[in-house]
Design a protein around this ligand. Structure first.
Ligand code: NAI
Length: 301
C-alpha cells in the first residue's frame, strides 16, 4: 500500500519551523498542494512575521512541489477564515488539516500568571477549534476530510511546569473524540499525534544524544499515515525518534455497590477491585459506557 497525496490540498498550521515544517515538506514530496501557515512568532507566542512560512514554501517549490504561504494567527477567527478562503481560492478544496501550531509558557502553577494560561490554551485548543471549524463544512460537503490534532505526553500523562500546556493538549483529545462521532458519517476522520522531537520548543530541554535521535523527520510519517485516505479515526499515536505507540483512554469494569454498603469507606476498601486494570476496556462513545453502567445497576437492583 502506498500513501500519496496527489491532488490533495493540505493545510499545516505552524509549519514555518520544527515539526510543522517537516510535515509540510513531506506532504508536498508526496504530491500534495500545501498551505504553509505560520504567524512566525517567538516560542512564547509573541512577535510575528510571514518570513518563516515563505521560506518553507520556497524550499517546497525548489524541490518541484506546490505550496503557498499564509501568515494567519490561528487564534484570530478572521485570519483563519481568510486562510481557508485563500486555500479554496487557490486550490479549490481542503482535504487535510494538521493542527500543529503551538507555543510554550512553562512555569510551575504557583508562579503561572492566568494570562499565560489563557495564551497557551488559546493557541493549542482554540486555535485548533478555529481552524477545524473553518474547514468543517467544506469537508462535510465534499464528504472527505482528514484532520490531525497535535497533543503531547504532557497532556496525556502530565509534566511539571506545564499546567497550561498539558490542559490544552488534553483538551484537543476531547475535541477529537466528539468530532470523530460527528464527522464519521461525512467521511471525516480525525486523529491525534503526540510527538517527541528536537525543535526550538524542546532544544534546551533535551540532552545531546536525545536531540540527535529525535529529529522531526522521525515523527512526520505518523502524521501522514493519520491523514491518509485509509487513515483510522479517533486514534492517538505517540511518535518520536522513529518509535510509535498507540495511546487511549481506558476504563475498568464497573463495580456495583448496594445502598446498604454505599460509603466512601467501602469504596476505599474496594478500590483494588474497582481499579483492576486487567478488566479495562475502551469505549467507542459515551453511550457505551452509560449503557454498561445501567445494565449493571438495573440488573443488581
Ligand atoms: P516550534 O516552535 O518549532 O513550531 C511551532 C510553530 O507554530 C512555530 O513555527 C510558530 O511560529 C507557530 N505558531 C505558534 N503560534 C501560532 C499561531 N498562533 N498561529 C500560527 N502559527 C503559530 O515547535 P514544534 O516542536 O515543532 O511544535 C509543533 C507542535 O508539536 C506544537 O503543537 C507542539 O506543542 C507539539 N509538540 C511538540 C513536541 C516536541 O517534542 N517538539 C512535544 C509535544 C508536542
Amino acid at each position: 500500500m502506498s500513501i500519496n497525496f496527489q491532488d490533495r490540498v493540505v493545510i499545516v498550521t505552524g509549519a514555518g519551523s520544527g515539526l510543522g515544517r517537516q510535515h509540510a515538506l513531506s506532504f508536498a514530496a508526496r504530491g500534495a498542494k500545501v498551505v504553509v501557515n505560520d504567524f512566525g512568532g517567538n516560542r512564547d507566542g509573541t512577535g510575528g512575521s510571514s518570513e518563516a512560512a515563505l521560506a518553507v514554501v520556497e524550499e517546497i517549490r525548489k524541490s518541484g512541489g506546490i505550496a503557498i504561504a499564509n501568515g494567519a494567527n490561528v487564534t484570530d477567527v478572521l485570519e483563519v477564515k481568510a486562510l481557508v478562503e485563500q486555500t479554496v481560492g487557490e486550490f479549490g478544496r481542503v482535504d487535510v488539516l494538521v493542527n500543529n501550531a503551538g507555543i510554550l509558557r512553562d512555569k510551575s502553577f504557583s508562579k503561572l500568571e492566568l494570562q499565560d494560561f489563557a495564551a497557551v490554551v488559546n493557541v493549542h485548543l482554540q486555535g485548533s477549534v478555529n481552524c477545524t471549524k473553518a474547514v468543517w463544512d467544506i469537508m462535510r460537503k465534499q464528504e472527505y476530510g482528514r484532520i490531525v490534532m497535535t497533543a503531547s505526553a504532557a497532556g496525556l500523562y502530565g509534566n511539571f511546569g506545564q499546567a497550561n500546556y498539558g490542559a490544552a493538549k488534553a483538551a484537543v483529545i476531547g475535541l477529537m473524540n466528539v468530532l470523530h462521532q460527528e464527522g464519521f458519517k461525512s467521511n471525516i476522520r480525525i486523529n491525534t499525534v503526540a510527538p517527541m522531537a528536537t525543535t526550538r520548543m524542546t532544544e534546551d530541554l533535551l540532552p545531546p544524544a536525545a536531540k540527535q535521535a529525535l529529529v522531526p523527520e522521525r515523527v512526520t510519517p505518523a502524521v501522514l499515515f493519520l491523514s491518509s485516505e485509509d487513515a483510522p479515526s479517533k486514534m492517538i499515536l505517540s511518535a518520536g525518534g522513529g518509535a510509535f505507540a498507540a495511546a487511549a483512554v481506558m476504563e475498568t469494569a464497573p463495580v456495583y455497590i448496594p445502598d446498604t454498603d454505599l460509603s466512601p469507606e467501602y469504596i476505599a476498601q474496594q478500590i483494588g477491585k474497582i481499579a483492576d486494570w486487567t478488566t479495562a476496556v475502551r469505549y467507542e462513545n459515551a453511550d457505551q459506557e452509560i449503557k454498561r453502567f445501567l445494565e449493571l445497576v438495573l440488573s443488581a437492583r
